[in-house]
Design a protein around this ligand. Structure first.
Ligand code: HSE
Length: 297
């Protein structure tokens, strides 16, 4: 028997569209018992609506991996504990893919490295910004190269906390991507390139006061505000309250705010109240950054 935990992740961090991400201490876990009849059991706060049969994304990913390496599909008894809210911009599908690959690789005797698993995860997910931090932990940069994704960990354990504000209605990533124009203006591209560079500096030098400016974006957030009423006002309210920085988490609808560890202002309340004024009910969580990525427990 073995167990793997996979962190939730927040992608983009503002300007780093499809490139930057961060792992959070909120986990899905996969428990594998071998030599048992095939069974999938679901536990955890977010098991509703997740299939417990062969259409389950974790299981499909496991089978995909075994197929790739020509490994016979074993009979296993799987328990998935789902604590990451699905379709909220917290990397639940990446956690399923990364967890499925890590578990299937372990069952097969670990023939693949983490870097090789990342390439498969990226191909399955379609963008690397959640799967990289889910595998490596910390704050990550995913660089698309001709040889695949080059993952860089900018900071393993930054000295800050994340507040995530999670609206109760899901938002499909496909839909949140479909509203983005296929082309961007050069001045917006320049804005984002410079802000990602500043954000990289902020994490590497631990100069978190830079984050307020560094987390600004021109490529997707204001466009997505149409799908999340009150988004921009709520991010602004977090900054007014003294947060280091605030951004849409992945494609939303969750909002990510980074705050000093010693922060006493109730930024969660300020943000949930602001969203409520726009008709959105949301739950708040204060989370530490995960430093390890998917790992055995
Ligand atoms: N980077 C992706 C997007 C989301 O903004 O569409 C990843 O969760």
């Amino acid at each position: 028997m073995f167990r793997i935990k996979i962190p939730a992740t927040s992608a983009n961090l503002g300007p780093g569209f499809d490139c930057l991400g961060m792992a959070l201490q909120l986990y899905n876990t996969i428990t594998v018992e071998t030599k048992r009849p095939f069974r999938i059991s679901l536990t955890g706060s977010y098991k509703e609506g997740i299939p417990a049969d062969e259409s389950n994304l974790v299981w499909r990913t496991m089978c995909h991996f075994w197929d790739l390496i020509h490994y016979p599909v074993p009979t296993v008894d799987l328990t998935f504990e789902n604590c990451i809210p699905p379709a909220r911009g917290l990397g639940s599908s990446s956690a399923a893919i990364v967890g499925g690959l890590a578990a299937a690789n372990a069952i097969a005797g670990s023939p693949y490295t983490k870097l090789e698993l990342l390439q498969i995860a990226n191909a399955l997910e379609g963008h690397p910004d959640n799967v990289t931090p889910a595998l490596y932990g910390g704050v990550t940069l995913s660089v698309p190269t001709e040889k695949g994704v080059l993952p860089r960990v900018l900071a393993q354990s930054p000295n800050l906390k994340a507040v995530v504000i999670i609206p109760d209605t899901p938002l499909n990533t496909k839909k949140a991507r479909s509203i983005l124009p296929p082309q961007v203006h050069r001045k917006d591209a320049v804005f984002n390139i410079s802000h990602v560079s500043l954000l990289t500096e902020a994490f590497i030098r631990e100069e978190y006061s830079l984050l307020k400016e560094a987390m600004c974006d021109k490529l997707h957030q204001s466009q997505r505000a149409a799908l999340i009423p009150g988004l921009l006002e709520t991010l602004e309210a977090a900054l007014q309250a003294g947060a280091y920085g605030a951004a849409l988490s992945g494609s939303g609808p969750t909002l990510l705010t980074l705050i000093p560890r010693s922060f006493t202002e109730d930024v969660s309340l300020i943000m949930t109240n602001m969203l409520e004024k726009h008709g959105i009910n949301a739950e708040a969580m204060v989370l530490e950054i995960d430093a390890n990525g998917a790992s055995s427990i």
